[in-house]
Design a protein around this ligand. Structure first.
Ligand SMILES: Cc1ncc(COP(=O)(O)O)c(C=O)c1O
Length: 441
């Protein structure tokens, strides 16, 4: 076992015939391989469909037991040998098992699966979505640089950009993510990074990712896209020109509301830097978490397909209900989605938000009437969840900030699970009927 292990180590880090010797991992010009992967990970052709990649890509095929699932490498450290020392001196510690904060086969298996799904050459899994985002933003910018993001980006990301970046020497401009002219106007010679989400929370605004990527390229800035709300099943931002994709894997990727995790995907030259930053922050994902994430990902395609359908049906039902003032969902069209780049999407995800007539009190009463979804923050799990952004994810915003974003009283955010759509719609119907002034539409 140990001999085979050494051979594997030799094979994954330092192949003969490599044109440029590996420099320090932080050097963006050195030649790189995909991964990290070992010879025991399933690496499938990227032409394979996402459903198949979700099940098979990356799985560690254990040579000792033939286990059909990746073992949980529940260890904090690994035996050191000559290959390990060579990896240290050549700056290739990301490719060999040394210490779990640096890398672990449980991470590599799930990273390969996520990289395959997003169409990137390398991925990193982290202890939370915020760990992925913070590591990425710090790694890809320098003091003295400028960042552009959306004023309604996820609250944790907003706080990182608004509270921490100025003291770290990065200036940030917040814009309307759907307004390409505003983004263009915000560009400066020192702009290094643009950070946008594929669908915003909670109003499901749809920024023109392809056009933003073009703009970033023209200005030699990097585009980081948070694809949490859509998942690679609905959009692959790297194919649209983004440089790096980040996820709160807590949501759809793991899919069962039982894990906090994050992911970053892109070219290995970026991922090596982000990995190094994540090491310093201490935010890599532990082995049991990798197992849960890998298991969840195997059903991603089925779950997302059902959640897309359920959200679409819920949006259509609510749009026709007299107790509902407005529904936000790309499938419904309308002025909000006038510039939608339809061919960038395979689907619009499992989220829908809507305003209950009568404001926050009516919305609260409506949520209490619901029998199927849990009233809880978060999203993307197999169970439907419902919450009011005004008193959960966006509670730290002032009334003026809410108005600027477009969050009005009575706004409810619904994360459609994989339940039967007839049960979900009947439940909504009953909950609305039970409101004062309600009644069958
Ligand atoms: C779009 C988006 N990005 C990032 C995050 C942060 O993820 P985590 O809670 O896993 O740190 C969230 C959390 O809700 C989110 O909705």
């Amino acid at each position: 076992m140990r001999v085979a292990d050494k051979q594997r180590r030799t094979a994954i880090g330092f192949e003969e015939g490599r044109t440029t010797r590996a420099g320090w991992f932080n050097d963006l010009t050195r030649s790189r391989f995909a991964g990290p992967v070992t010879e025991h990970n399933r690496v499938l052709a990227r032409s394979v469909s996402p459903e198949t990649l979700a099940v098979h890509a990356g799985t560690y095929e254990d040579p000792l037991t033939g286990s059909v699932g990746t073992p949980i490498f529940q260890t904090s450290t690994f035996l050191l040998d000559d290959a390990s020392y060579a990896a240290f001196s050549d700056g290739a510690m990301r490719d060999v098992p040394i210490y779990t904060r640096y890398g672990n086969p449980s991470q590599w298996a799930v990273q390969e699966k996520i990289a395959a799904l997003e169409g990137g050459t390398s991925a990193l899994v982290t202890s939370s979505g915020m760990s992925a985002i913070a590591s990425t933003v710090y790694a890809l910018t320098n003091a003295g640089s400028h960042i552009i993001s959306a004023y309604d980006v996820y609250g944790g990301t907003y706080n990182l950009l608004h509270e921490d970046m100025p003291s770290a020497g990065r200036e940030v401009t917040f814009v309307d993510p759907t307004d390409l002219d505003a983004i263009r106007a915000a560009m400066r010679p020192e702009t290094q990074l643009l950070l946008f989400e594929t669908l915003t929370n909670p109003l499901l605004k749809a920024p023109p990712i392809r056009e933003i990527a073009e703009l970033a390229r023209e200005h030699k800035a990097l585009l980081v896209v948070d694809n949490t709300f859509l998942t690679p099943l609905n959009m692959q931002p790297l194919k649209l020109g983004a440089d790096v994709v980040v996820h709160s894997a807590t949501k759809y990727l793991s899919g069962h509301s039982d894990l906090t995790a994050g992911a970053v995907v892109g070219k290995r030259k970026f991922l090596d830097r982000i990995w190094a930053q994540a090491l310093r922050f201490g935010g890599t994902l532990e082995p049991l978490g990798c197992f849960l994430l890998e298991r969840g990902l195997k059903t991603l395609a089925l779950r997302v397909q059902r959640q897309n359908e359920n959200a679409r049906e819920i949006a259509k039902y609510l749009a026709a209900h007299r107790q509902i003032a407005q529904v936000h969902h790309p499938e419904l069209g309308g002025a909000q989605y006038a510039g939608l780049e339809r061919d960038s999407y395979a689907g619009f995800g499992g989220m829908v938000s809507f305003e209950v007539r009568g404001g926050d009190d009516a919305a609260l009463a409506f949520m209490r009437n619901l029998k199927v979804p849990y009233v809880a923050t978060s999203l993307g799990g197999v169970e439907s969840l419902v919450s009011m952004p005004g008193n959960t994810s966006h509670s730290s915003l002032t009334a003026r900030q809410c108005a600027l974003i477009g969050i009005r009283p009575g706004l409810v955010r619904y994360s459609a699970g994989i339940e039967n759509i007839h049960d979900l719609v009947r439940d909504l119907e009953d909950a609305l009927d039970a409101l004062d002034g309600g009644g069958p539409r």
